[in-house]
Design a protein around this ligand. Structure first.
Ligand code: ZN
Length: 445
């Protein structure tokens, strides 16, 4: 009896391992649930339309209607009420009953929601005082609506195919990202941007079709194929951004990204904007005095930032600093800092008779003009040695703003999309592109 029980446990463990290993493989995931748009409040009404009418179904019941525009009222505490255009009730369905709303000609029609068309069906999930609108769609059809939102559809086909495989792998390895809320992925940059049927383009649909079911694998599991817009010349290793070393997300030199759009950027913030941004992130400082890059990763990205204020010094990771300053304007952590000084502060030295003519604060460095020529210094305290001895001059250098001069756009980990486009233009195929940006991986179907 004992032996049989052990055997059963062994079989169970085996099955669980088998299930865990296989669930991320493409052939086992045919449909996914994607949350579309914002959460809907329970006091509102959702309008959807199709050209063929609708079937509202679960495994037990079907309601069908020829109405091409229907409304779902969320005002009842127990039911979704399905109404026709004139407000007449078509059906009442319990919140818990897991219904799908499918166009009548489901393989040949689309659901229109807020002016956007979607393949597949719509499901609703009630969550406290909100309702999530879910698009239940096949993985391949989901990718039709993702690839053109994530990479320009005019890119060469091999780059589009690389993106299709990357997006498929990323989707499969992130299927549980929102599972606690009852769905797989959202339609924003948090997961991948998804625009439904309305976003589809012929070129990107071709790329999805020509790579059907193909994913990147590491140790027989779908790869978390993160990607970014442009690396600026060198990609980054995962541990430098997220703290975890991942064997396939390794920094590589990336000359293909050097001339990408947004590859060179420059943004200036005044001291007060920087102080406010820090305060909004619960970093309370008084007057900002200096910002320095303390150390860099092997790709050249800022690893630690030192913020010197009148009351304290704060150390931040480069990534944290970037997110505080705003990820879309502050495009990467591959940057250097230029200090801008107050411009109208030329101070005449009182030591002119000892050889100093003038201290000029108008440039980023301090120029000391002596009768022996010009010396450039970048210090707040200068020891001047002349025939009368040594004099220390304290200089109140005041930085009024900081300019950040950077390269690349995004976290820099995994595939650079503009690098992939450049590689494709130079004749590399999707396999070569993927093997370049992801290490130790297999491309499988
Ligand atoms: Zn998400």
């Amino acid at each position: 009896m004992r032996l049989k029980f052990n055997k059963l446990i062994t079989i169970c463990i085996f099955m669980i391992i088998f299930f865990l290993n296989s669930e991320t493989l493409a052939e086992n995931v045919q449909y996914i649930d994607v949350k579309i748009g914002n959460n809907v409040s329970m006091s509102s009404k959702i309008g959807i339309s199709s050209t063929s009418g609708f079937i509202i179904r679960n495994t037990i019941n079907d309601y069908s209607t020829n109405e091409t525009a229907i409304y779902i009222s969320l005002s009842s505490p127990e039911f979704y009420t399905i109404l026709d255009e004139n407000g007449n009730k078509i059906a009442e369905i319990n919140y818990a009953d897991n219904y799908e709303i499918v166009p009548m000609f489901e393989n040949n029609d689309y659901v229109n929601l807020n002016g956007k068309y979607y393949r597949g069906s719509i499901k609703l999930i009630k969550n406290n005082n909100n309702c999530y609108i879910i698009n239940h769609v096949s993985l391949e059809e989901y990718l039709y609506g993702v690839v053109p939102k994530e990479i320009p559809s005019s890119a060469p086909l091999e780059a589009l195919k690389a993106q299709a495989i990357v997006s498929r792998s990323y989707s499969l390895s992130n299927l549980n990202k929102h599972i606690k809320d009852g769905y797989n992925l959202c339609d924003s940059t948090h997961c991948q941007v998804y625009g439904g049927y309305s976003a589809e383009k012929d070129s990107t649909n071709t790329a999805v079709d020509e790579t059907k079911g193909m994913i990147l694998e590491y140790n027989d599991r779908a790869v978390d194929a993160v990607f970014h817009s442009s690396s600026g010349g060198h990609t980054e290793s995962s541990e430098n951004v997220w703290g975890t070393k991942i064997p396939y997300l390794v920094a590589v030199k990336d000359p293909f990204s050097l001339n990408a759009p947004n590859s060179n950027w420059n943004i200036t913030f005044t001291n007060s904007v920087i102080v406010n941004n820090l305060r909004n992130n619960n970093i309370e400082i008084q007057d900002l005095i200096d910002i320095e890059v303390l150390d860099r990763t092997e790709s050249g990205r800022a690893k630690t930032i030192k913020v010197v204020a009148s009351d304290k010094t704060v150390l931040l990771s480069g990534d944290k600093f970037r997110s505080i300053m705003g990820n879309s304007n502050f495009k990467s952590t591959l940057f250097s800092i230029e200090k801008n000084y107050d411009t109208d502060r030329v101070v005449k030295s009182t030591l002119s008779k000892n050889g100093i003519e003038e201290i000029d604060f108008t440039s980023n460095t301090i120029m000391i003009m002596t009768n022996n020529g010009i010396k450039n210094l970048d210090k707040s305290s200068i020891d001047v040695l002349n025939s009368l001895g040594q004099t220390n001059i304290k200089i109140d250098t005041h930085v009024s703003s900081f300019s950040f001069v950077g390269k690349g756009y995004g976290h820099g980990v995994g595939m650079s999309q503009y690098g992939a486009i450049e590689m494709a233009k130079e004749g590399y195929n999707y396999e070569q592109i993927l093997q370049y940006y992801y290490k130790n991986i297999k491309i499988t179907q």
